[in-house]
Design a protein around this ligand. Sequence first.
Ligand code: GDP
Ligand code: MN
Length: 384
Amino acid sequence: MKLYEASAKKVFQEFGLSIPKGRLVTDPLDTQKVVEEVGVPCVMKAQVLAGGRGKGGAIRFAGSVEEARETVQSMLSSRFKGFPIRRVLIEEKLDIDKEFFMGIVTDRDLESPLIIVSPVGGVEIEEIAKRTPAKVARIPVNPVFGLADYEARLAFFRAGLPSKVFPSFVDTLKRLYRVYWACEAELTEANPLVLTTDGRLICADARLNIDDSALFRHPKLKEAKIIDPEDPEALSKGRFNYVPLEGNIGIISSGAGSCMATMDLVHEKGGKPACFLDGHLTMKPGTAQAAIGLLASRPEVNVILISTYTGGRCEKVAERIIDAMKNLSQLRIPVVVRLQGRNEDEAQEILKSYDSPLLKIAKSPLEAAEMAVRLGEKHEYPRK
Ligand code: GDP
Ligand code: MN
């Protein structure tokens, strides 16, 4: 789970890291109050789960309340990399002397946390890491012992940072490591970590990605997650794995392998999947309806293809699909269904008994893919 910058900064603050003074706004009318609080000049930062905001115009500055209000208004009515901007973080504008990079990631090859530090952070970090890898220090940490003081100092010297930041740098890194460890993060980052002209070290940006498998141990973080209705994680509400793609055929299957195979068949027949949706259909009631409902609400999807083989009970899945189709009054697109496995004959009977022109029954994976591709071509596309 990725936290938004503002939520990540809150966590940083709890662990004693320095962050800029700031507040979130969702309504341009609140701008004045917040700007009076944080002062001018201020910086306005779009809260979206996408990087590269600095380069893409989603980080803006203002010198007056009026200017700030106009900027916030225009930000809140626009999108960034496809994400609607629903919240803007307004912060005091820091007087920056230098920008550094400080991050900790879980390195799967090393099987350990890895500290990454660079004296040249900011929006160009990817370029710098590629062009001059020597400017990036990488220090693995033994997860059993945790970050030792000498390793924090080593990070400082390896990165070749200016000596005046030594004490605050070591302190910051140790705190960031505590964030990483306590939150069971996969990644945490301060980029830029800023040295202000008056000598303070401040996390001007914050990233914190929590390991999904550990989320149940962090109910507070889970609650802090702001639900963006267009965030795929939120759309699935944890019930299935949903990855939007570029095509028009909404694929639902059980198991990642089965999903991939269905996608391959769709490609084989000349179609394009609108998503990868792995929804353990046989497991929980409500999943079928949530999955079909989600795809029915997506403007890019003009046909749904449910194709699965199950050792569970096909007739149960059939019932759940039909219940979902009955309950979803907004459903206007065809649903191709292919169910094979245990009790498949019974499932066929149940599907056939449902008299709806939207339900199309297929007998094999290939036939199902073919039907979906054909129906997708027939339907107007994109559907508005
Ligand atoms: P990102 O591009 O999405 O990672 O957004 P960041 O929060 O890292 O901001 C991008 C860049 O904006 C930073 O590298 C800084 O150069 C600049 N920036 C952000 N906050 C401030 C600030 O308070 N003062 C100044 N002068 N620049 C800032
Ligand atoms: Mn950044």
